[in-house]
Design a protein around this ligand. Structure first.
Ligand SMILES: Cc1ncc(COP(=O)(O)O)c(C=O)c1O
Length: 392
């Protein structure tokens, strides 16, 4: 099949080589395609890499976030505080459980949830069950502030780390900080399994609940052929669970992607550095790195156009980049602008003025290990030419 290439530098592209391909072929030849030993192996590698106690593979981060919130008993009437500057998955899972998100505006530099706003919001909201911070673009939130507030209020912290493998906060890797953390292995993410996700936690009880709920609420303990006196075909359903398990085909990709997280991160960081160094003196702001001593996963490189100094709009800039053969994107359209969230909670654009302003200026540039040095050079040159040409 011949797929027509529209842009020659796409916005994102997975980096798959023969190790992943051979492992997938091995899985296919084995005849065991769904959750099995390879998924178990992937989970144990994640545990080893992060230094956490439990890792539970699922078929998306969305599924993982749903399970994480379910495991801490988020239910109808509860509130979960989160960022509006995210993908809808972060908030939709709260609604799956009948609870409501309470959006909290972001920091104008990092685009992560603003701890001062979070504090204010916590003080005026009843029945808060959890804080759901999103480590935007791969840079960690201010976790000390968030954990302190959670501790004071006796509520849980579930981290949306869809962008953030391998991110650190004060030298601790994300996945070892909050009560539960969820990673995404969607195809554009820092490592991929095509579709997939992982919930990690140190808590035995949450891990056990998630393990049951990710596969139809089936209690797996009865399958233990060494300790169980039940026949092998026997199982017990203990809750109305979900179908969220990861396949061994996906895990086969993940096992080898995981080995490359540092290599991939270094390449992404190198690209980010090239961009930031070469965009000085242009009418834009490069991404702010709050703690240079920490690891930024650089899932996204989001620049902010100084629209006041430009004679073209953000959308026109994106079109011109596209015409030059370069894919870009916008992260994110804040949730409060989307019809569902806007109408359900009667939200106005200015309710979250920082998120609204950041969105209007945002352009995400391609940043992935498969980009060649020439690709990176072409993106830089195109941005320089366009923004110089259209500077006021
Ligand atoms: C911040 C954030 N959270 C959650 C998700 C959902 O991830 P998945 O596609 O693995 O369900 C995404 C995906 O883009 C995301 O960007």
């Amino acid at each position: 099949m011949n797929i027509k290439k529209i842009v020659d530098i796409p916005f994102a592209l997975a980096n798959i080589d023969s190790a992943e391909i051979d492992e997938v072929v091995d899985t296919l030849r084995s005849g065991w395609l769904t959750t099995g030993q390879k998924t178990k192996h992937f989970e144990s590698e994640v545990i080893e890499t992060l230094g956490c106690r439990h890792a539970l593979a699922v078929n998306s981060a969305t599924a993982g976030l749903h399970l994480a919130l379910e495991s801490i008993n988020v239910k109808a009437g509860d509130k979960v505080l989160t960022s509006p500057y995210t993908f809808t998955a972060t908030a939709e899972v709260i609604r799956y459980l009948g609870a409501d998100p309470v959006f909290v505006d972001i920091d104008p530099l990092t685009f992560n949830i603003n701890p001062d706003e979070l504090d204010l919001s916590l003080k005026k909201t009843n029945q808060v069950k959890a804080i759901l911070p999103v480590h935007f673009a791969g840079q960690s939130c201010d976790m000390d502030a968030i954990l302190n507030m959670a501790l004071n209020q006796k509520i849980k912290v579930v981290e949306d780390a869809a962008h953030s493998l391998p991110t650190t906060y004060k030298n601790k890797i994300i996945g070892t900080i909050g009560d539960l953390t969820v990673f995404s292995f969607y195809v554009t993410k820092t490592i991929t399994t095509g579709e997939g996700g992982m919930v990690v936690t140190d808590d035995e009880h949450y891990a056990s609940r998630i393990s049951t709920m990710r596969l139809h609420g089936i209690n797996r303990d009865v399958f233990d052929r060494y300790s169980s006196d039940k026949p092998q075909w026997y199982y017990e359903v203990v809750a109305p669970g979900f179908k969220y398990n990861m396949t061994d085909i996906a895990a086969s990709i993940g096992i080898h992607q995981l080995k490359k997280i540092n290599q991939f991160q270094q390449r992404r960081e190198w690209i980010a550095r090239q961009y930031s160094e070469n965009f000085q003196n242009l009418p834009l702001h490069v991404p702010h790195v709050a703690r240079p001593e920490d690891i930024h996963a650089w899932h996204l490189y989001v620049l902010q156009l100084e629209l006041e100094k430009l004679s073209i709009s953000r959308d026109r800039f994106i079109e011109l980049m596209f015409q030059a053969g370069i894919g870009t994107s916008v992260h994110f359209i804040p949730l409060h602008l989307h019809p569902y969230w806007r109408d359900r909670y009667n939200l106005q654009p200015d309710d979250f003025p920082v998120a609204f302003d950041v969105y209007q200026r945002a352009v995400s540039l391609p940043i992935y290990p498969k980009m060649s040095d020439d690709d990176v050079g072409r993106v830089i040159e195109t941005v320089q030419i366009l923004l110089t040409k259209y500077s006021k």
